[in-house]
Write a protein that binds this ligand. Structure first.
Ligand code: FES
Ligand SMILES: [Fe+2]
Length: 457
């Protein structure tokens, strides 16, 4: 095989049906108008499934996780029967917040104001001076306000709309795509959360296109076919998107630029699977992907990567980048999951709570470090969740590059000179999700429940 052979990309993923775009121009007010921010909250955020918690953070009865999204704080609590329930973190007496910690364990939630006791199932069992309430003892009458809550891939998802469709119906093709990876058993190896001075959509716009890879991340083509001509882009009817990049090979862009094909990143990858990079130099550079697939198929399950047996060959090496409407992006590999989430600020459209996390399998007995976006982490490490302001510390080299752009773009969106976007086709996933936001604001979405979803409830 020569370096110019095309056979390395002979395993196409199945295409999703292509939805029609309306041609949104994405004007600047969408990123800084308080009115638009309010419309998004009322009509979109409160009607979608949101990835909010992680099952393994709350393994025991009474364990809770508290997460914030916009003006809401949400409690996810492990129940006696080991199921998980979610509630708004607000006392039904006079509105006090019950919990201020991200994680903890309780017998019950005792309100810090007047001491009302809310059981972990949301029922009220103690109120001070119950005889003094003209409308009767609130115990047995009031409950914490529940939120729809389901789990998938080890994550806890909530939906503030009590009439929403099931999570599986909402996720559409993502559900089947992710199931073979067994992500529920993966462990978190990086947890950096920062407040970024830009609207949440500027960040998601960026994670919805790969057009910026050669310019913002010139280092990225070492192990990935990042040239758009060889990348597959998909958009689902449900609003989610997928980008498939073949990996474990040099990018074709390197040929166009006349650069060395087998760069150190790819050599490192080969060595991880006991392949000698020198065997692939001098014309065999494009055989690396197939060789990696073979080695991973053979050695992976013995190392504890038992889910490799569920994966197709291209899933062993390739990068699948998913966007889950509205605020979650992830790069998924056979052995890693780059978690990128942007949550809106409670009041300011110009700020975002951004999570840059990493998950990876943690098979028993495996001692090789996990390679995260922020460098290697020991497989048995206990990773601390760090929360900080933008620029207080690095979010990792690659993400710092992205945020340097998005924070500047937020400024550009306020300019009278910004007239709206002029998009390449490879950026159409951005247009698509903006059109979906409008469909929520206009009341076209959420679509009415399908009969199958109603029957399942
Ligand atoms: S506000 Fe919670 S007990 Fe009064
Ligand atoms: Fe980027």
């Amino acid at each position: 095989m020569t370096a110019h052979s095309a056979s390395w990309y002979a395993q196409p993923a199945e295409k999703w049906p292509e939805p029609k775009l309306k041609g949104h121009t994405i004007p600047g007010y969408r990123y800084h108008s308080k009115e638009f921010f309010h419309d998004e909250w009322e009509n979109m955020w409160t009607k979608v499934w949101l990835l909010l918690g992680r099952e393994d953070e709350i393994p025991e009865v009474g364990d809770y996780q508290m997460e914030e999204v916009g003006p809401e704080s949400i409690l996810m609590v492990r129940q006696e029967d080991m199921s998980i329930k979610a509630f708004y973190n607000v006392c039904q007496h006079r509105g006090a917040r019950l919990i201020f910690n991200d994680l903890g364990t309780v017998d019950a939630f005792t309100c810090p104001y007047h001491g009302w006791r809310w059981e972990i199932d949301g029922s009220l069992t103690f109120a001070l001076d119950p005889e003094d309430f003209p409308e009767g003892d609130p115990c047995g009458k009031l409950k914490l306000e529940p939120i729809r809550c389901e789990t998938f891939a080890g994550f806890i998802w909530v939906n503030m709309d009590p009439n929403c469709v099931s999570l599986q119906e909402y996720l559409g093709p993502i559900w089947d795509d992710w199931a073979p990876y067994e992500i529920h058993s993966w462990k978190r190896y990086l947890a950096l959360t920062a407040t970024i001075p830009c609207n949440w959509k500027v960040i998601l716009d960026n994670f919805n296109e790969s057009y910026h890879l050669p310019t913002v991340h010139p280092q990225a083509d070492a192990t990935v076919e990042e040239n758009y001509k060889w990348t597959q882009f998909d958009m689902a009817e449900e609003g989610h998107a997928r980008m498939w990049m073949q990996s474990g090979i040099p990018s074709r862009s390197l040929i166009e630029r006349g650069e060395e094909l087998l760069k150190p990143g790819l050599a490192w990858m080969l060595e991880q699977w006991d392949l000698n990079p020198d065997d692939f130099r001098g014309g065999r550079e494009y055989e690396t992907r197939e060789a990696l697939q073979k080695a991973m198929r053979e050695k992976g399950p013995k190392m504890g990567y038992t889910h490799f047996d569920n994966l197709k060959d291209h899933q062993l090496t390739d990068t699948y980048h998913y966007f889950l409407f509205p605020n979650f992006a992830v790069s998924l590999w056979a052995d890693g999951f780059h978690f990128l989430r942007a949550r809106p600020h409670p009041t300011d459209p110009g700020q975002t709570l951004f999570d840059n996390w990493w998950y990876a399998p943690a098979p028993e007995g495996l001692t090789t470090p996990v390679m995260t976006i922020n460098g290697p982490v020991e497989r048995d490490a206990e990773v601390e969740h760090e929360v900080f302001q933008y620029l207080e510390r690095s979010l990792s080299g690659l993400i710092d590059q992205d945020m340097g752009i998005t924070t500047g773009q937020q400024l550009g969106f306020r300019s009278r000179a910004y007239k709206g976007v002029y998009l390449a086709k490879q950026e159409h996933r951005i247009r698509r999700y903006h059109e979906l936001i409008d469909e929520y604001i206009e009341g076209i979405r959420p679509a009415p429940k399908r009969s199958s979803a109603i029957a399942a409830e």
